[in-house]
Design a protein. Structure first.
Lengths: 272, 292
């Protein structure tokens, strides 16, 4: 379904993405991990055509999407939704309008200027918001919502596009652990229930292990790891992040701890 | 506190008495520089004045005592006929409305042109990034030509009347507002624009939904300010035959002979109109920028 073939993006003399190749069959949940500047974001932006690749091909059902131009490139963007770390909603517009922006590619400029959306599409937007549990926020301005809610609006906008592939660029990096879990659970549900492929850049290993079917590790623009979450051992992680023995993933983990020893000792202290 | 700021050793602490001396020295030095600059400024002004007076056709000093003769004549005559003023206000009101309409239509058309020009000329938003210098120079050119020059040219082509005035003011407004609009748009947050780009929205959709809502309050505020300026411009254009209250003023002043009460009435009308616009636009601009 998706074939990435030696995709390269140069920024001056430096290769931000360096001859990246991989293949995904079927609607998998793919996680991309790596330290800042490893080229994860650049790769997703290439795929969504927000920036152009220097060389290489991305074949989706045999069609090279990197070669598309103008209207065709925008039509591809509408089939390949993107979710951003900072949500990238229109803050002054209401939530339902932001969701409706997902079908802008099908709407003319004039229809957009006069805010003319078909009734069926408005109802569909509300259904999607209902599915994500935030339909009561529909008339509010997007900027009035919390970070977790805004990210769910962004996911709703992506679903409105009815895409085959959803790209998520650090979708939970600016959220607290509770909201992060809600957002990741939502993405997983979309992956399983709708059968849409999801490619997500993730900044924590435990998230990658918990949600992904497949993990790709990038370092300095190259793929240095490609396997299942079970194969993602601490030594592999050290290799991906270029860290030494002092690297301890628990130190930066954002998951809620499962062991209750600390709670127990605190309870004992308070009861004694 | 002294220990914290300067360390524990006594030798390194500043001597308070000497410090005063040093500061007074600095004050004296600054005063001297200031005084020197003032002397240079006065000398330059005086020499420039002499040069300007030499180049003056009539002579400044000979004409100086006559400066107030014309206004006093106007006011004296207007005072005698002050009973006419209310009727004259009423008579010239349609002309004032014409002047205001010219300014309003010109501001509207100019602002619409400025919207398009400014977005096309803003780095990061432009539809064709390589064409940015072209659109910038276009705005510079529109700004550089004064309204009155465009109006004089158009009068030859189109004849006198409000339409050439509207075109002349709108062209200048397009250039002037385009520059200001572009500066506002440069500071717009690009995240919504990127989000809209990722769903496959075209350029005009990205601008309309991603940029315009952000910049609208500031743009409106600049457009209201421009409206005030355009009312004055529209009154001046009446002098060269574009209709409106400027035309009435020119006729009243030209024919002299017992029409100075009209001059005063027109000036008062214009003054009141500008004060009213100033107050109203001030109120709304404040509301738009501060958000309440």
């Amino acid at each position: 379904m998706l074939q990435v073939q030696t995709v390269t993006r140069m920024f001056g003399q430096k290769a931000a993405v360096d001859a990246v190749s991989f293949t995904v069959d079927g609607p998998a949940f793919v996680g991309i991990i790596g330290r800042s500047g490893a080229g994860k974001s650049t790769f997703l932006r290439l795929m969504n055509r927000l920036i152009d690749a220097t060389s290489g091909e991305i074949l989706v059902d045999g069609r090279n999407v990197l070669a598309l131009k103008g209207t065709e490139a925008r039509a591809w963007q509408s089939q390949c939704a993107m979710i951003f770390q900072q949500f990238n909603l229109v803050p002054r517009m209401d939530v339902a309008s932001n969701v409706l922006h997902g079908i802008l590619n099908r709407r003319s400029t004039l229809q957009t200027m006069f805010n003319l959306w078909p009734r069926a599409d408005i109802l569909r937007a509300l259904d999607i918001l209902d599915r994500l549990g935030i339909v009561e926020q529909a008339p509010k301005r997007a900027e009035a919502l919390s970070g977790g809610q805004q990210q769910r609006v962004a996911i709703a906008r992506a679903l409105m596009q009815d895409p085959r592939i959803i790209l998520a660029d650090e979708p939970i990096a600016s959220l607290d652990p509770m909201n992060a879990q809600v957002v990741m659970d939502t993405l997983k549900r979309i992956n399983v229930e709708d059968g849409r492929m999801i490619i997500a850049n993730l900044h924590t290993l435990d998230t990658a292990r918990r949600y992904c079917d497949r993990v790709i590790g990038m370092r300095d623009g190259r793929i240095v790891f490609d396997g299942t979450p079970d194969q993602l051992s601490t030594s592999v992680a050290r290799d991906i992040y270029g860290a030494d023995e002092t690297f301890n993933e628990a130190a930066t983990s954002t998951s809620i701890p499962t062991d209750t020893a600390a709670d127990r000792s605190y309870a004992d202290l308070m009861l004694s | 506190m002294v220990d914290i700021a300067f360390g524990p050793e006594r030798g390194k602490r500043p001597d308070l008495a000497n410090n005063r001396e040093a500061y007074m020295e600095m004050v004296r030095r600054k005063r001297m520089y200031g005084g020197l600059l003032l002397v240079i400024f006065v000398a330059l002004m005086a020499s420039g004045w002499m040069l300007a007076d030499d180049r003056n056709a009539g002579g400044f000093w000979q004409g100086l005592h006559q400066v107030f003769e014309f206004p006093s004549e106007v006011f004296a005559e207007a005072w005698q006929k002050s009973a006419n003023l209310p009727a004259l206000f009423w008579k010239h009101l349609p002309a004032l409305i014409e002047t205001l309409n010219i300014a309003a239509v010109a501001t509207l058309i100019g602002a619409l042109a400025a919207m398009a020009l400014s977005l096309l000329a803003t780095r990061g938003l432009a539809r064709w990034p390589r064409m940015i210098p072209v659109f910038r120079r276009t705005m510079d050119a529109l700004r550089a030509v004064p309204e009155i020059v465009i109006a004089l040219v158009l009068i030859y082509i189109l004849g006198g009347g409000p339409v050439p005035a509207v075109i002349a003011i709108a062209l200048h407004t397009g250039g002037a507002l385009g520059k200001l609009f572009s500066e506002v748009a440069e500071n717009a947050d690009l995240k919504p624009v990127e989000g809209l780009a990722s769903v496959g929205a075209n350029w005009s959709q990205r601008m309309w939904l991603g940029v315009i809502p952000q910049v609208a309050p500031n743009w409106l505020s600049y457009a209201l300010l421009r409206f005030e300026i355009n009312v004055r411009a529209s009154a001046i254009l009446g002098f060269v035959g574009e209709g409106g209250i400027g035309h009435d003023l020119k006729l009243a002043m030209q024919w002299g002979q017992g029409r100075y009460d009209q001059v005063v009435a027109i000036f008062l009308l214009l003054f009141l109109a500008i004060v009213a616009i100033d107050r109203v636009s001030d109120h709304y601009r404040h509301k738009l920028v501060k958000g309440h």
